[in-house]
Design a binder for this molecule. Structure first.
Ligand code: ZN
Length: 309
């Protein structure tokens, strides 16, 4: 399988069948502002990789977005309205089809890819209903319901759900579109704008951690009420909790979630003990994105192109 994790800051390209030893080769390229040049590099790498690892049976692309996932659309497989310089309207799948004719190509959002990868090999193995959320420079979420990736009108944009503002919080939020949406309150740049320093540099007892955990809990409660996931995988750099540490920040977020839900959902998963398995960190680590792309390639091969989850 060929895999492309198309990120906003870097593209990770890989060849393999899965995580760990299953990932036979990988390389990364800065995303930059010249998509044509980058895609040429990426394709050249994959073509070269075939010499060592054999013909690629299929290719998966897990891309930053927004992307067009409607197979009937003329712009299927493109990045659509991104503010990223140079990338608006970039056709990702077209050049790949040209370079690898006849090969199935799976294409989805980066977070849907990561969800698929965690479902197959990581923190959600055996579950048919779960959500993967990444909180880093932005917030994105991918979801699997009854074993299928969530798509619809376009694709979920969980990071931009509106948020109730907590008492006394005067921070205006950092989302350019919405101000105080989830991303505008909890992503890395929001924490930095709120506190004047990056999350990594905050003291373990900085009140911003409590506030961020409470906002995370509001969003997780919304997702829990709407989608009824069996687990929420909490990825991205913010979950590492800076000097507070990942374990403590996740515990804070879990406790805050139980507080927001206030006992309303009757499930062992949403008790003091159960919640440790309800909100979890991803297990594929730095390979989550590229493994997600490999999972998309597997599915494209199995179901025929285009990928229909
Ligand atoms: Zn927003």
């Amino acid at each position: 399988m060929g895999a492309i994790e198309a990120g906003g800051t870097k593209f990770v390209v890989g060849v393999g069948r899965g995580p760990g030893a299953g990932l036979l080769a990988r390389a990364q390229f800065p995303t930059g502002d010249d998509p044509a040049a980058l895609l040429t590099q990426v394709i050249a790498w994959l073509v070269e990789a075939q010499r060592t690892h054999g013909r690629l049976a299929a290719i998966g692309v897990a891309s930053f977005g927004p992307v067009d996932l409607d197979p009937r659309s003329a712009t299927y497989g493109s990045i659509t309205t991104t503010p990223k310089p140079g990338w608006r309207g970039t056709d990702i799948i077209g050049p790949l089809r040209g370079a690898f004719p006849g090969r199935p190509i799976g294409f989805d959002t980066d977070v849907n890819g990561a969800a698929l990868g965690e479902g197959r090999w990581g923190a959600a193995v055996g579950l048919d209903d779960f959500i993967y959320v990444t909180v880093g420079t932005g917030i994105g979420g991918g979801g699997v319901a009854r074993g299928r990736l969530l798509h619809g009108l376009v694709h979920p944009e969980m990071g931009h759900i509106p948020m109730p503002v907590l008492d006394g919080d005067r921070f205006a939020g950092s989302c350019a579109i919405h101000g105080r949406c989830w991303e505008g309150l909890c992503a890395g740049p929001a924490i930095a704008a709120r506190t004047g320093r990056p999350a990594d540099a905050l003291a373990a007892d900085d009140p911003a951690w409590d506030l961020t955990a409470r906002y995370m809990a509001q969003a997780f409660a919304t997702l829990t009420y709407v989608l009824s996931p069996r687990r929420i995988i909490f990825g991205g750099s913010v979950r590492k909790g800076g000097r507070l540490g990942e374990a403590a920040f996740l515990d804070k977020t879990r406790a805050a979630l139980l507080e927001v839900l206030n006992g309303y959902i009757a499930s062992p998963a949403l008790t003091k003990d159960g919640v440790r398995d309800f909100i979890v960190a991803p297990t594929l680590g730095d390979d989550a994105g590229v493994c997600g792309a490999i999972a998309l390639a597997h599915d494209a091969l199995r179901s025929g192109e285009p990928h229909r989850p």
